[in-house]
Structure formats: C-alpha cells, structure tokens
Design a binder for this molecule. Structure first.
Ligand code: PEP
Ligand code: MN
Length: 333
C-alpha cells in the first residue's frame, strides 16, 4: 500500500504519520521526490483502514500495491534510481558501458583489455574471478588472485570494477570492488541475496536462465528488503526452444522493467547471443530500447580465451560498437 502525501506536508507531520503506521507493525519506506512524498507500507496492510488513512489532512491518496515486489516497485518510488560508481552513473538517463573479458586470465591480459576498453569509452571494467562453469573440469577462474589483478587494473586505469560473487564466504575479497555481480545461476540464491542486502555495494543482478521478470524483481526485493537499494537489473537472455543463439535476448524486458521498477536496467548481449557477430546489432537494439547500460565481453585474443571466446569482441570491434552506441544515444535525445 502507498500513501501519497499532499504538497506542503511538513517533516513533523510526516514523522507523526510514520510513527502511527509503525505502531501498526508496518515498515514504512519513504520516497522523497521533487514533487511528492510517498510512504510505502510493507507488512500486513490488511489491518490498515484505507478510508481513515485517506481522510487524513496531509494525505492526498492511498492505493493498494498488488505486486509482491514493493521496494523495487515504481509505485513506491516514481523517480528513476541513479547508481553512482566513481564517476560513472547508471540510470535516470545516465548510460554506463561495462566491458572486459569473461574471465581474468593474467595480469597482462586484464591490463591490456582494461586500457583498450577505457580508450574506447568504457566506464566500468568487467572480469570474472569466480566463474560459475557448467563443467567442473572447465577453468574455474583465478579466484582471489583474479580479484587482485582486477584491482591492479583499476589502479592502472581508474576504471571501477564489476565482478561476480558466487559464495558469501568470499565477501571480504570484494571490499574494494565497486559493483558485485550476482550471476544468472545465483539469481535465486536467496541466502546470498540477503547477505548482499546487508552491504552497501551496488549489486548487478542478472536474470536467471529460466526466470520471469517478476521473479527477477522479487530477487531484487530480497536485496532491498535488507537495506541495500543499489540494485542494477540485467537482461542477459533466457532459455527458449531456439538453439541457434546461446540464449534468447528478451529485449522487451527493458521496457517492462522500466515500467514496473525504478531500478536501472542494463543488457548483456554477449551471454544473450553467444556469438561475437550478433553482439553489435543486439547492443544497438538494447540502446535504442532505452537500456541504462551494456555489459560486453571483450578479449585481446578471443580465439585463445579460457572462457566465452566465441562471444568475445576484440578491442577493435568493441571500439566500433562503442562509437555506434554513442551515435544511437545522440539520436535518442
Ligand atoms: C558472466 O557475466 O560472465 C556470466 C557468467 O554471466 P551469466 O551469469 O549471465 O551467465
Ligand atoms: Mn562469460
């Protein structure tokens, strides 16, 4: 349930109302916009007398929020959330380009790719240190050593880092990481989500291989309900009957999520398609659809990559893509 307060309501009146609502065992989420203040009520709202609440002098209107996601819901927070990492901003009209290899493989590799993508306009460096692989015999990532190399690349280039966490026991290693990624396979690892909700790090939450958009938003809600409101949603393709592409990019997710939620939405055309050739057109389409950012796999030698070489762009290909994205964004304004 939300209560929209009248323009001109004082802080004291708002506080008074919040205490009254809290006495009914409700959590109250306050969204202070430029125009309106909205109180989002979480908990058993069946005991709230909507008519009484709506008749209060400072209350403009009261509405039930039927969706199960509350804090991620745009009705709770009409303005776009903007997430800031270093000098990069994501959401609310700010676009972030994230790029880098699937996995960190060596110091030379990550530094070379970091410098190249930065020169091409990337705002954030990606790179996996802990890798969720289908086969236990495949390269599992450089783990803690990989995190150290990412931080070296950050020191070298100034680019903020996004990298995936698989197990909360490794959280300490992420202290200087800027954005923690929750991969598709962990989208519904609720214990992990709850623990990440207790941190104040931005979380890049990828859609699960076979999850609905409502389930994605419920996973965001797990993080937010613990106090961390810095969630970035990521569409990375879902599993369908189509086998030509690695996954099927559900581009309508961008518009649907923007409608339902105030959280930024980015698109990963690399994992969505699995083929380097398809990455630039899908990246272009995602930008045209209003994505708040892209996350693209780039490798200095895709043919020799230890993971996801087939979908990785060379730095030169990324440069072309980045310029094209800039032109599309200009055309959108
Ligand atoms: C990745 O970003 O390298 C990754 C494993 O992505 P996803 O979780 O979307 O498969
Ligand atoms: Mn990958």
């Amino acid at each position: 349930m939300i209560a929209i307060l009248k323009h001109g309501t004082t802080a004291e009146q708002t506080e008074h109302l919040i205490s009254w609502l809290k006495r009914m065992n409700l959590d109250v989420h306050v969204s202070q916009g430029a125009e309106v203040t909205i109180l989002g009520l979480i908990g058993d709202t069946s005991r709230v007398d909507m008519e009484l609440l709506g008749s209060l002098e400072i209350v403009e209107s009261v509405k039930r929020v039927s969706e199960p996601f509350k804090q991620a819901n745009r009705k709770f927070h009409p303005e776009d959330t903007v997430i800031e990492v270093g000098t990069a901003k994501i959401g609310g009209g700010n676009f972030a380009m994230m790029a880098g290899p699937c996995s960190v493989e060596s110091e030379e590799q990550i530094i070379e790719v970091a410098q190249a993508v930065k020169a091409s306009g990337a705002h954030i460096l990606r790179g996996g240190a802990f890798k969720p692989r289908t086969s236990p015999y495949a390269f599992q990532g450089m783990q803690g050593e990989g995190i150290k190399l990412l931080l070296k690349a950050k020191a070298e280039t100034g680019l903020p880092i996004v990298t995936e966490i698989m197990n909360i026991s490794t959280l300490d290693l992420f202290a200087d990481i800027d954005i923690i990624q929750v991969g598709a396979r962990n989208m519904q690892n609720f214990d992990l989500l709850k623990e990440l909700g207790k941190t104040n790090k931005p979380i890049l939450l990828k859609r699960g291989l076979a999850n609905t958009l409502q389930e994605l938003l419920m996973s965001a809600e797990y993080i937010m309900s613990e106090g961390n409101e810095n969630v970035i949603l990521c569409e990375r393709g879902i599993r369908t009957f189509e086998t030509y592409t690695r996954n099927t990019l559900d581009l309508s997710a961008v518009s649907v999520l923007h409608d339902l939620s105030h959280l930024p939405v980015i698109v990963d055309p690399s994992h969505a398609t699995g083929k380097a050739k398809l990455v630039p057109p899908m990246a272009a389409a995602a930008v045209a659809a209003g994505a708040d950012g892209l996350i693209i796999e780039v490798h200095n030698n895709p043919a020799c990559a230890l993971c996801d070489g087939a979908q990785s762009l060379t730095p030169a290909q990324f440069d072309v893509l980045s310029k094209r994205v800039a032109k599309i964004r200009e055309a959108l304004v």
